[in-house]
Design a protein around this ligand. Structure first.
Ligand code: ADP
Length: 170
């Protein structure tokens, strides 16, 4: 079971084997965290993404990390649910994003993985529910990943993730 840490910062600065990006189905790059990761990784990331697109919501695919600083070797692109009120399976899709990303990390033998707060930006998923789903899904997914770093970009998200982690008992 991985050690889960909640940190505040920019995911492009994380010292991990793989960073997860909150992509859209085109895998060409977008705004928010995906834009930041694409800028840091350089234009080859969008070309590699295009070759694997489209990616369904709840799914994940991996590319090299290109110009991201070592030790980061992989970008795992996962597509979150667009929040439409909660009655359209959004929670299951978000859980699948975390689960599939960990499965891909295992295929890559990545031991340290950083996640952003998937779907809580432009896609509109409520941060408190998203934090619970992130923690509970990571806990429930069998994986060889040893360290999961949940990277919040703002204080409010940090606090939601930290309290969800505390409630889950570690
Ligand atoms: P989505 O479209 O899945 O909602 P967003 O990128 O809009 O994705 O937002 C997801 C989360 O990523 C938000 O909490 C946002 O504040 C955060 N975020 C934006 N830039 C960064 C970054 N450089 N590092 C980590 N998190 C970031």
């Amino acid at each position: 079971m991985p050690v889960i840490e909640v940190v505040l910062g920019d995911i492009t600065r994380e010292d991990v084997d793989a960073v997860v990006t909150a992509a859209n189905e085109s895998l060409l790059g977008g705004g928010g965290v995906d834009g930041a990761i694409h800028r840091a990784a350089g234009p080859r990331l969008a070309r590699a993404g295009a070759a694997l697109a489209p990616c369904d919501p709840g799914e994940a695919v991996a590319t090299p990390a290109f110009d991201l600083d070592p030790p980061v070797r992989h970008v795992i692109h996962t597509v979150g649910p667009v929040w439409e009120g909660g009655g359209y399976g959004e929670a299951d899709v978000l859980a699948s994003c975390y689960r599939r990303s960990l499965e891909i990390a295992d295929e890559l033998a990545a031991r340290r993985v950083a996640f952003p707060a998937i779907a809580t930006g432009v896609y509109g998923f409520p941060g408190d529910q998203a934090a619970e789903i992130a923690i509970s899904t990571i806990r429930a997914t069998p994986t060889n990943v040893e360290h999961v770093r949940l990277v919040a970009f703002d204080q409010a998200t940090y606090e939601l993730l930290a309290s969800a982690l505390q409630r889950s008992g570690r």
